[in-house]
Design a protein around this ligand. Structure first.
Ligand code: PAF
Length: 270
């Protein structure tokens, strides 16, 4: 991959990278479509990164479908799929880790210790191997996007970080590879996540600005049998908690539907 990227860069071609863990859905395809329009060489990476999963998380059973992914990649105009093995990415346990502070004070970070260190570190590695000019990430993982953007700026990696809007199923469920885990019954209950965000946004549109009221409005929509991990209102730039909305704020939530942990978010502004 590095040799190819060196050649493309020497020829003045703009390289766009869409990093993923595979099991591609239409949200990923929207990133690839955006990437296709932004550069000359479109690279998709597929790597289920072990270092961003906690010991009790779903690394081993994370859904994988390389043949299906490559067909979707081809249809979306991908030039290269970079699909390294874990042994190639981590020939030995790394001693170097990238820690992004304060942006990881809340939301998913305290609930998934080590997760964002794993993400920031593997994305830095992917950037060094693929050497893209542009990299594209989804806003469903809003905290991830902010962490990567800051890591790239702080370390002068010279990669433009682009965020793309959440893609939803027709009924509102945010697309996620983990939706594949849901039974049909859980799939119905999972809809309460996007409904919760919509309910809070409706209160916001009615003039409510207090975090406690907006968070309560969201929690009230969460279906029975769904366990809220968190519902938080944070500043869209700093990700620090907001008491009263005076500038754009992110309402973000995570919840367990059965054993499946899903996240969703919505920006409240204007
Ligand atoms: O969002 C993902 O799929 C992963 O966290 C990423 C950015 C590919 C890093 O492993």
């Amino acid at each position: 991959m590095r040799i190819r990227s060196d050649d493309f860069r020497r020829d003045g071609r703009a390289i766009v990278l869409v990093p993923t863990m595979g099991y591609l859905h239409d949200g990923h395809v929207s990133l690839l479509t955006a990437g296709r329009a932004r550069g000359d060489i479109l690279v998709l990476s597929i790597f289920v990164n072990p270092t961003q999963f906690g010991p009790n998380e779903d690394y081993a059973r994370y859904p994988r479908d390389l043949a299906g992914d490559l067909a979707k990649a081809h249809a979306a105009g991908v030039d290269f799929a970079f699909v390294p093995t874990a042994a190639a990415m981590y020939p030995r346990a790394p001693l170097t880790r990238i820690v992004v502070d304060t942006l990881t004070d809340g939301l998913c970070s305290p609930r998934r210790p080590g997760h964002f260190v794993g993400v920031a570190s593997v994305v830095a590695k992917l950037f060094h191997v693929v050497q893209p000019h542009v990299a594209i990430f989804g806003e469903k993982d809003y905290q991830q996007l902010m962490v990567i953007r800051r890591m790239a700026a702080d370390l002068d990696v010279g990669v433009e970080i682009v965020g793309m809007p959440i893609v939803r199923e027709r009924d509102g469920l945010a697309m996620s590879s983990r939706n594949a885990y849901l039974s049909s019954d859980e799939r119905v209950r999972a809809l309460s996540l996007s409904r919760a965000l919509a309910a809070a946004e409706a209160r916001f549109r009615d003039g409510e600005r207090a975090a406690t009221a907006l968070i309560a409005a969201a929690k009230a929509e969460i279906a029975d049998g769904v366990t809220v991990d968190y519902v938080e209102l944070v500043d869209t730039d700093t990700l620090q908690p907001v008491d009263t909305i005076v500038r754009p704020a992110l309402l973000a939530l995570a919840a367990f539907v059965g054993k499946t942990r899903l996240i969703d978010n919505r920006v409240l502004s204007g």
